[in-house]
Design a protein around this ligand. Structure first.
Ligand code: TRP
Ligand code: SF4
Length: 401
């Protein structure tokens, strides 16, 4: 596959400040992959309010901070397209169109829907949006004919649904298997001269929109005696680009799957309130790490500890040099160092990384027009592609009059 035309889509819901789990698990990956593939990074604002529609007043501020975090992490708007879901209305149009062919049962059995239902506090929360959320996600992906979706393993079932919807669409409206090969075999049956003329007319019609060329090509096919009925139909379809739309079945690309542990010793997440955020102030990093849970067996300074049962150790493994790690291991096992001693080099290493992020974010914080411009540029580019693709999807569905 040509990596320049391999399209990758990824998205985040703007549900709060991003943390080190996002930075290490997702953003570093985006930063690298943007140079290999054509990347689309989306702020899934509507997904962000599906679970939480009362919270929409914070969206704009959360999104602004999120984009600044992306940029600070090295996402480059001249490489990747950064855009907002709701500013490309084609997403919702496609979701409705795909809804026409998506059996309700497929949506009802999506695990994330069942989980969300279990967590609902009020039956009013069981909205159409919740049920349709994976369908909207499918539209997000299929609209760009994305080859890959970067997302966590927990989204695997949603991506599988997307593949099923694409397959169903292709089966119902897309080209037959081996359509291109069959079409070129049919063209050969026209004979050299007529085949060349057909090819010329096809280009004139498809690239220049020349309707006369279309009419002439139709006559040519009608008069061609050595075409079978099937050949003729296929070449009519080929002319008009019908049966050519083919939604790409996406594959999942999981990023760095190391779980980043939060200050309470469980996986770092906004919901657990145990995060160290991107661009956190040095004194906050310090106080959060100093308050971080350690090996529960090490109660007194004189108790020996076991790094492998300590959440602080899991961060050392990410942030510390071999030398520091050896020092931690030996000092912990022998009770030679205290936990605060152990935490200090970690605090320093995290702050070193944070310093770079904070510095890179500064220009965007000082001049709010920069982010606005990046977004309006990205939304424009996304919209252009989305509207072209949606047009051919509607064409395939015969609703393009
Ligand atoms: N549903 C995803 C989440 O809950 C966010 C999302 C929306 C997404 N559209 C997407 C992820 C498209 C990948 C691709 O986090
Ligand atoms: Fe954890 Fe370090 Fe304390 Fe050992 S010394 S328990 S590794 S914080």
């Amino acid at each position: 596959m040509n990596t320049e035309t391999t399209r990758v889509l990824s998205a985040m819901r703007p549900n709060g400040r991003l943390h080190l789990g996002h930075y290490l698990g997702v953003l570093q990956n985006w930063q690298q992959i943007q140079y290999q593939y054509k990347c689309f990074f989306m702020l899934a604002d509507v997904h962000g309010i599906i679970n939480n529609y009362q919270a929409s007043q914070q969206l704009s501020e959360t999104m602004n901070e999120m984009v600044i975090d992306w940029l600070a992490a090295g996402v480059d708007p001249s490489q990747a397209t950064i855009f907002i879901q709701s500013r490309v209305p084609e997403h919702f149009e496609l979701a409705s169109l795909l809804g026409v062919i998506t059996p309700l049962g497929w949506l009802e059995r999506v695990p994330s829907y069942k989980d969300a239902l279990d967590e609902l506090e009020h039956t009013d929360g069981n909205t159409y949006g919740l049920l349709g959320s994976p369908l909207l996600q499918s539209a997000d992906i299929l609209l760009y004919n994305s080859h890959y979706v970067i997302t966590g393993e927990e989204q695997a079932a949603n991506i599988e649904l997307t593949r099923e919807i694409a397959r169903r669409f292709n089966h119902l409206f897309g080209r037959e298997d081996g359509f291109e090969e069959k079409a070129s075999a049919s063209i050969k049956k026209l004979g050299i001269k007529k085949a060349a003329l057909y090819a010329k007319l096809l280009i004139k019609y498809q690239q220049e929109g020349d309707d006369e060329a279309l009419a002439t090509a139709r006559y040519l096919l009608q008069d061609a005696l050595n075409l079978s009925h099937g050949d003729r139909e296929r070449l009519f379809a080929f002319l008009e680009n019908k049966g050519k739309v083919f939604l790409q079945e996406p594959h999942i690309l999981t990023g760095n799957s190391t779980r980043i542990i939060g200050t309470d010793g469980t996986q770092m997440s906004i919901a657990r309130n145990n995060t160290i955020n991107i661009r956190e102030k040095p004194e906050m990093v310090s106080s959060k790490i100093r308050g971080m849970i350690t090996d529960p067996a090490r109660i007194k300074r004189s108790d020996r500890g076991t790094p492998s049962s300590c959440p602080v150790w899991s961060l050392h493994q990410i942030y510390s040099t071999q030398e520091v790690s050896n020092w931690v291991e030996m000092g912990c096992l022998s009770a030679g160092i205290g936990c605060l001693d152990c935490k200090q080099p970690l605090i320093d290493a995290i702050n070193l990384q944070q310093h770079e992020l904070i510095e890179k974010a500064k220009p965007y914080q000082e001049d709010s027009t920069l982010v606005k411009r990046i977004l309006s540029d990205g939304c424009g580019r996304a919209r252009e592609i989305a509207s072209t693709n949606l047009k051919s999807i509607k064409h395939a569905m015969n609703i393009d009059y």
